[in-house]
Design a protein around this ligand. Structure first.
Ligand code: CP
Ligand code: NVA
Length: 302
């Protein structure tokens, strides 16, 4: 099959995405049964982090260890990347030494340039524009709770950020419709609104977006790299909190997801985090299982 990357959900066909999710569910069960699977023995994952992480780092690192492989944590502070070594050179060097690489960085073009020069698969572990690994975990969580998401309605409440943009992408790959409620000036990229216009409705009121949907999703108001805008954003987003009352507008068996970390009192109320419809802990755990399935898919594709 040749070299495959996972920079956005578009890099896998819908059928391959479903295959990865079903394999994740299988791997999760095998782990619960105590079965040892060391198929990554001798394999090394390079993990480049230009931004902080709890879930992504732990899930990739633990996932590699559980499957007999090894993961290297490479912060830009301690590598020559932080001292200006070109992305293209770093990609050529690192990919001669490890079997697969994940990157969390700022501009999406950085990961695109890295992938262009990499001899091994590259995984997007979050850029300013997309967070496709989180979408795999979210879709796995949906499948586990409710089955097929095809034909369902999803509401995105809040910032038109990297998570929102991956949800737009997912709407097409997984065949659902998406209502996006965001304040003026915080919309996702115009080209994505245009590309996915047949599946997406842009609203200004969270109540309108949540009406009759099956899944409600939100994320922080200020993403990593936007710390300076946090005050201004708190003002702009003050009406965009997900609460049990907002969830009551959705269908009776609706679910609530959040990629975490959550800011209680901002994008989500403390009460909502304890609500029976909130599945964020399973969603977080599924990063582990689905990324193992993704690593397996990309390593076997070679
Ligand atoms: N959801 C997510 O990617 O979490 P981290 O920033 O902790 O990795
Ligand atoms: N939108 C958030 C997601 C964190 C997992 C950020 O980019 O900081």
């Amino acid at each position: 099959m040749g070299l495959r990357h996972f920079l956005t959900l578009d890099d896998l066909s819908p059928q391959e995405l479903h295959q990865v999710i079903h394999r994740a569910i299988e791997l999760k069960q095998l782990r619960k049964n105590g079965e040892i699977n060391e198929q990554f023995k001798g394999k090394v994952l390079g993990m480049i982090f230009e931004k902080s992480s709890t879930r992504t780092r732990i899930s990739f690192e633990a996932g590699m260890a559980q499957m007999g492989g090894h993961a290297l944590f490479l912060s830009t502070r301690d590598t020559q990347l932080g001292r200006g070594e070109p992305i293209e050179d770093s990609a050529r060097v690192m990919s001669r030494m490890v079997d697969i690489i994940m990157i969390r960085t700022f501009e999406h073009s950085i990961i695109q340039r890295f992938a262009e020069f990499s001899a091994v698969p590259v995984i997007n572990a979050l850029t300013d524009s997309y967070h496709p690994c989180q979408l795999l975990a979210d879709m796995q969580t949906w499948v586990e709770y409710r089955g097929d998401i095809s034909g369902k309605k999803v509401a995105w409440i809040g910032d038109g950020n990297n998570m929102c943009q991956s949800y737009m992408n997912a709407a097409e790959c997984f065949d659902f419709t998406l209502n996006i409620a965001c304040p003026e000036g915080f919309e996702p990229a115009a080209e994505l609104l245009d590309r996915f216009s047949d599946r997406i409705t842009l609203c200004r009121k969270p109540e309108e977006a949540a009406e009759g949907v099956d899944l409600v999703v939100t994320d922080v108001w200020a993403s990593m790299g936007q710390e300076d805008e946090a005050r201004e954003r708190r003002k702009a987003f003050s009406d965009f909190q997900v609460t049990p009352a907002l969830m009551d507008r959705a269908v009776d068996d609706a679910l609530f997801m959040h990629c975490l970390p959550a800011h209680r009192g901002e994008e989500v109320s403390a009460e909502m985090m304890e609500d029976a419809r909130c599945v964020v802990w399973d969603e977080a755990e599924n990063r582990l299982h689905v990324q193992k399935a993704l690593l397996e898919f990309l390593l076997n594709a070679r």
